[in-house]
Design a protein around this ligand. Sequence first.
Ligand code: SAM
Length: 367
Amino acid sequence: MSQSRSPTDVAAGVREAFIVQAHACERLGSPFTAALCRVLAAGLDPANALERRVLEWPGDPSPFADSVPLRLVGALHGLVRAGRAPQLAALYPPQPLAEPQRLLAGVRSTLREHPDFIRAFLDHPPQTNEVGRSAVLIAGWLEIAARTGYPLSLFELGASAGLNLIADRYAYRFGDVPWPQTQGRAAAAAGAALTLACDWSGPLPPLDAPLQIRARRGCDRHPLDVTDPAQRERLAAYVWADQRSRLERLDAAMNVMQSAPIRIETCEAQHWLPSVLPPTSEPYVARVVCHSIFWSYLEPQAQTQIATHLATVGATASTERPLAWLRLDLAGRDEPAALRLTLWPGGTEEVLARAHPHGAWVRWRGE
Ligand SMILES: C[S@@+](CC[C@H](N)C(=O)[O-])C[C@H]1O[C@@H](n2cnc3c(N)ncnc32)[C@H](O)[C@@H]1O
């Protein structure tokens, strides 16, 4: 992208990426992160080698491609969380929003003191794992359990740290209604370290369905292992500093995962799925391929490979050997996410719900 453009245009494109990110943060209720992006947009200084590297970004810096703003914002938050940037920490939430000049001074000194730490963040795309999506996904799992009557064998694509692959280990409030509901599950929920609450409209999913997880596997091209303190910190750093409740639920979910970890396999999903999901399968188990906010990250060819494999395996499915494809994806910019289910035999696609992309609310059956 930058090859035919002048250095001035490239730098302007980088600054513009920070402004676009600031607008997104404002829309999503993160005024501090928006202010930080604006300060960076105006204040990145080509005289400093690290900042020059950002301003000379060779690819597409925008939030829809390389996400350079969130790489830098994640690095700064990581330093603040680690207690390594006290001057900047004094300007971070929960402190009141500082004047841009003070924020710029704090950012500047931090950029100059920790170039190696920041470079390590610039080298990688931001990595998140939004646990709030579990409230939407588990409703889909319950629906599949109710319809098939079988235990589920889960395969998650783009699982990140796998925190949504253990959705059944958390407790929920769907509107006013708690889950788990049965006696055994209620006992388990009493010990659940995390309760996810979401505003629910429309009918409830089948909360009394006998949800048993027979097996769970997940893959990601860059999985994170939250039993490693450095990777755990990295995941938290990418949550915006003014999103306290997201940080709290992430922390609680990571604790749940640490108590009985699941290893997420390092693989491209389009290669992994055929290797773990053959046409033949154990009877009386529902295989569920699931993913959230993942599909749009795939190349069209990878999408076709996955969809074709699912259709092939689905064609061999039977009532005793059902196959489900459950996915939560953004319908479009500024539109709610959609939870879709395709269940074989049959293979008809249906929209189970519209939802907030972080699971804050769900409209089940679109109501
Ligand atoms: C936006 S994150 C969503 C993570 C998680 N599903 C969630 O909802 O929190 C997208 C994830 O997909 C992974 N990813 C992107 N393309 C992939 C591919 N071809 N194969 C495997 N993982 C991929 C990324 O590494 C990242 O962890």
